[in-house]
Structures are given as structure tokens and as C-alpha cells.
Write a new protein. Structure first.
Length: 399
């Protein structure tokens, strides 16, 4: 066997082992067919990059199963064709931040270079809309794959999965139908794909009811040590770097107006004795204070990002959504596990905490004639008719 054939045999065995590992770990990536082999090759290279002296380089590849839709990219790249350039050479030019190899059914065809970095997870998720599976080796040495169903991460020892923020917008709008969907999408993207990926903890109080950001909410918002900065908005992605920077340097909560504009930063959340009595602790102090605050103030959504990367949304004293960077890839989007119908909905009142609970019909699978649910606020059992599920506590309408 020639040396070239020996190298090819080694690479083929590595690809087979990687594919078996992904399937054994139930990592859901498009691995079938020729496109799957091309994706495996780029993923294998990202996990085992070339070393030069003590430097471990970043890497990036855009893997397409068809014709790239560059018009759907957040920014249109400069394409550099590279016919005849060996893959092992071309890959050295792809840093995974502003330059990527382009992989099509014809193989590696060249480079795509971008004027602005797309290393940020949110930018990489939006890049996927071009039809690409985005493979990156980050500066921290982690390998990230942005596919149509979410973000797959390899942290050096195990695989993790995180859904896309946009997959939660529809479910949360069921609880907050009056909320601006563009602001909701921006706030979730900031939390899930910027703050969470950077492991920056933060709390956002979104005044869905339209009250001004400096409204004290009956004394439950303590504004004494808050700061007010420039006019930024969670609905504008260009403002995300500035918000990431300030959130990494302050504690407590940030108030967001109904239109997405950012108000006071560094606000303390308080709660009533009643909230403390019926709403149990959730995680640490940051999550518990947020959850109890929403019990008292029913016209807000509060988004909490923990330093572990978990993002939790609270409404009415209940968990409305939870997005973890290490949750099982069930194959279903975050909008919510089950097919829910808003056409046949009702509101029931919990007998203990007296919170209104939105109950929807589910079209998934047979259910018994009656089932016992639990109040998502206080845990009190709630009798439900067949085919019903408690979605959460709805957010009050604007004033």
C-alpha cells in the first residue's frame, strides 16, 4: 500500500469512528448520503486541526447540500474560487471567524470571506439560513455545528445540544400575545446566542404592558443603584456587543421597554410575602427573585441567563420556557414538544395561588379521560380534561 493510500485508509477509519460516535450519542446531524460524508470530514478536521508551534488555529466550513443561498446570509461574502488548490492547503486559510471553506456537492470549491466576523453564535445561527451547516472551531477550542434544528457543541470531552432561540418565539407568544414578536425574538437571541454562549449571567425584565422602564412597580423595583446608558435596543443585533459588555460588568436586573429599548441597568427585584409563601425557590437567588417578582407583576416577562449558560423565561410566577446548552436533542423544536391548538383554549384558576393558567388542547397521542396536572406556579394538582395541557401563566394585556 502506498503512503497516500495508507493516509486515506486512516482518514476513512477516523470518519467511520466519528460517525459511530455521533450515532451512539444520538447527535442529530444530516449524516446520510454524500453530504453527510462531506460534513463528517469537516467536523473531523475541526476536532483535529493542524498545530503550528504552540498555536491551535480556529477553523470554519460552510457545508451545502445544494446551491448556496447567499442572499439569505446576514452578510454577503466575497467568494474566492480555488480550483486545483488541495483541501489540506485551502483549510489553512479558513479561520472560522471571517473566512470559511465552501463545501458543495462538488467538494471544497473555494473560500467565503466576510467583512465582519461571524464567530458569535448568533451570527453563525443566522448564517445557517443560507442553506449551510456551519462548522466552527472557536478560539476556546470548542467545536460548534449550527444546523437547521439547533446548535451542536463538542467541548473537548462530550457532545452537547442547544435549540435555536427562534424556536421558542411562537410558544411564548401564546402566553404573551400582545408582545412585539420582533422584540421577543431579539431578546431571546441576545440571551441564548450571545450571553449564554459567553457564559455571562443577566436578568431582563421586559415590560410587555408598555409601562416606562423606570416605573417602580409598586415598590418592587429598586432603582437606587441603577445606571442608565445610551439608547440601546434588544431588537437591534448591532447593539448586542455593547449589551454583552455592560451585562458582564454589572449585577442585578435590566429593564426593557415594550419596544425593546433598554432602560435602567442594575435594578433589584423584590417580591411580596404572598409570593414568597406560594412560589418555591428555583435554582439560585437570581432565578428565585425573578420568578417571585413575576408572580406579583403579571404584565412582564423576565428572562434570566445563568453563568452556566441556561436561559429561563418566567411569567406569572411560573417557568414559561427553559433553554439549556446541554439538553437532550429530542428531535422536536422548543416551541414545544407537543402540537398545541389555541383555537380551543381556556383559562383555569389555581385554587391555592389564584393564578390564571392557560390550558390548551394537544393533538399528540391518546390521553385518558382525565389527568392530573400541576400548577406551574405552586405545584397544586389541577384536574384536566382529556387532551388538555397547562401551557403556563399568560401575561396581562397592555394598559
Amino acid at each position: 500500500m502506498s503512503s497516500g493510500d495508507h493516509v486515506k485508509a486512516i482518514e476513512e477509519r477516523r470518519l467511520r469512528r466519528l460517525e459511530e460516535e455521533l450515532r451512539d450519542e444520538r447527535v442529530r446531524l444530516p449524516l446520510d448520503g454524500p453530504g453527510g460524508r462531506r460534513l463528517l470530514a469537516e467536523l473531523a478536521y475541526a476536532r483535529r486541526p493542524l498545530h503550528h508551534e504552540s498555536h491551535i488555529p480556529g477553523y470554519g466550513a460552510l457545508v451545502f447540500d445544494g446551491v448556496p443561498d447567499w442572499d439569505s446570509c446576514p452578510q454577503v461574502p466575497l467568494l474566492v474560487p480555488a480550483p486545483g488548490v488541495p483541501a489540506e492547503v485551502l483549510r489553512r486559510y479558513a479561520d472560522g471567524r471571517s473566512s470559511f471553506v465552501v463545501v458543495t456537492p462538488d467538494g471544497i470549491t473555494g473560500l467565503a470571506t466576510f467583512e465582519h466576523s461571524v464567530e458569535d453564535e448568533g451570527a453563525a445561527v443566522r448564517m445557517q439560513r443560507s442553506g449551510a451547516v456551519v462548522v466552527q472551531r472557536t478560539r476556546r477550542g470548542a467545536v460548534r455545528v449550527c444546523a437547521g434544528h439547533g446548535v451542536v457543541l463538542w467541548n473537548g470531552s462530550r457532545w452537547m445540544f442547544k435549540p435555536r432561540a427562534e424556536d421558542y418565539v411562537r410558544a411564548l407568544r401564546r402566553l404573551a400575545p400582545h408582545a412585539d414578536p420582533a422584540v421577543l425574538a431579539g431578546l431571546l437571541e441576545l440571551a441564548v446566542h450571545s450571553l449564554s454562549s459567553a457564559r455571562v449571567g443577566a436578568t431582563f425584565v421586559w415590560n410587555v404592558d408598555g409601562r416606562p422602564p423606570d416605573d417602580p412597580r409598586g415598590g418592587l423595583l429598586e432603582l437606587g443603584r441603577a445606571i442608565t446608558g445610551p439608547p440601546l435596543s434588544v431588537a437591534r443585533r448591532g447593539h448586542f456587543p455593547a449589551l454583552l459588555s455592560v451585562e458582564s460588568q454589572v449585577d442585578l436586573a435590566t429593564v426593557v421597554a415594550a419596544d425593546g429599548s433598554v432602560g435602567p441597568i442594575g435594578v433589584r427585584l423584590d417580591h411580596s410575602p404572598a409570593a414568597g409563601a406560594v412560589v418555591p425557590p428555583t435554582g439560585g437567588a437570581r432565578h428565585t427573585s425573578a420568578r417571585r417578582f413575576t408572580f406579583d407583576v403579571g404584565a412582564v416577562l423576565v428572562v434570566v441567563v445563568s453563568e452556566s449558560g441556561r436561559v429561563t423565561v418566567f411569567s406569572g410566577g411560573a417557568v414559561a420556557a427553559e433553554i439549556s446548552p446541554d439538553q437532550p436533542d429530542s428531535g422536536r423544536s422548543g416551541e414545544s414538544g407537543e402540537e398545541l391548538s389555541t383555537a380551543d383554549s381556556e383559562t383555569v384558576i389555581c385554587g391555592r395561588c389564584e393564578q390564571p393558567l392557560l390550558v390548551l388542547a394537544t393533538a399528540v397521542g391518546p390521553r385518558p379521560d382525565a389527568s392530573a396536572g400541576a400548577c406551574p406556579v405552586c405545584g397544586t394538582p389541577i384536574a384536566l380534561a382529556a387532551g388538555r395541557i397547562i401551557l403556563g401563566v399568560p401575561v396581562g394585556p397592555p394598559e
